[in-house]
Design a protein around this ligand. Structure first.
Ligand SMILES: [Zn+2]
Ligand SMILES: [Zn+2]
Length: 337
């Protein structure tokens, strides 16, 4: 664990066998206890590590009075229900994320049926749909049942008595993703919105907006206006070069757009066909389609759809539905320089 500035602490929790490796959770001191940002998986190993690091910081777990999760993905919300029950901490979540808890963690049937429909409509062959459809269900076991106490909205201020923290709605990676901003020191708890090394997955999903990538880029540009001096990301190390990183992430998506346009040429293709023909960059190496896990294949298809829909919102691409399948083709309008 690390003291970032007096009164703000970072605790890193290892997530065994996860793609991201670990998550950072944060404690912000208040006049009467602590505000905690994000939680880690609901797993004994993770919770034990959390408690051990709290002890080292001489913080009593019962002094955690409020929990804010940046979004409801398992690595962020997993332990929220456990902490709610154990210490009575109040859980605050953006209202759009709150609405996803039931379909993700209580009864997935409807969501899974819609994921199947979406994949099928975008050209995933019948014999591969099931594998891709079920690929994300395993992580749900790391989430303790939780019911938010407080709905957050963009522009809300959360006061701990010592720090005033602003809620900034940053949709894209998840529809109700939020960052938290401490304006005096210009510190941003960036969740998964801005990470120092990896780029967060932004995909079209049955529960996303129609243009999640457009939302994401707009939210990045909005954060850029803040002039953040220090970002505290959920994965990786805190970093100061926030606006440079925002530019890099926007560039990464432009490169992916161009890669998609190259594969499309002037032919009509489904998102699945395009996703399986482009090189997937794990930020360091280009990875071919067949080397991807079923979950990564699904994320790749949903991310491809997000790119296609963002370009179709800009009239660079045209979408057509034929016999229940959605095809995309280039419109001839050039990609902006
Ligand atoms: Zn996430
Ligand atoms: Zn995450």
């Amino acid at each position: 664990m690390t003291e970032i500035i007096p009164g703000i602490y970072m605790i890193r929790l290892i997530l065994p066998d996860s793609g991201v490796g670990s998550i950072n959770v944060f404690l912000v001191k208040g006049a009467d206890g602590y505000l905690m940002v994000d939680t880690g998986w609901n797993m004994d190993k993770v919770f034990d590590s959390f408690k051990a690091q709290l002890t080292e910081l001489k913080i009593d777990i019962k002094d955690i009075k409020q929990l804010v999760v940046t979004h409801i993905h398992p690595d962020h919300m997993g332990l929220a229900g456990t902490l709610q029950q154990l210490v009575g901490a109040k859980l605050a979540v953006h209202y759009l994320e709150s609405a996803l808890i039931y379909s993700r963690y209580k009864n997935m049937d409807n969501l899974l049926a819609n994921v199947r429909r979406l994949l099928h409509t975008h050209g995933v062959p019948e014999e591969r749909v099931s594998e891709l459809q079920m690929a994300s269900t395993a992580a749900a076991k790391y989430v303790a049942s939780a019911r938010p106490d407080i709905a957050l909205y963009d522009g809300n201020t959360i006061s701990t008595g010592l720090f005033n923290i602003e809620v900034i709605w940053t949709p894209g990676h998840s529809p109700g993703h939020i960052c938290l901003y401490e304006p005096e020191k210009k510190i941003l708890f960036s969740g998964d919105h801005i990470l120092p090394v990896i780029t967060p997955n932004v995909g079209l999903h049955p529960e996303s907006s129609f243009n999640p990538l457009g939302d994401y880029i707009n939210a990045l540009k909005r954060v850029k206006q803040l002039g953040v001096s220090l970002a505290l990301p959920a994965h990786g190390d805190p970093f100061t070069t926030v606006n440079e990183r925002i530019d890099e992430i926007i560039h990464h998506h432009q490169v992916r757009d161009r890669g998609i346009l190259r594969v499309m040429r002037s032919e009509q293709k489904t998102a699945f066909q395009i996703a399986s023909q482009i090189s997937w960059i794990s930020d360091t190496n280009g990875v071919g389609w067949e080397a991807l896990s079923p979950l990564d294949k699904r994320l790749a298809v949903l991310e491809t759809i997000a790119h296609l829909e963002a370009m179709s919102a800009n009239d660079i691409i045209v979408r057509e539905k034929k016999n229940g399948t959605i095809y995309y083709r280039t419109s001839g309008k050039p990609y902006p320089a």
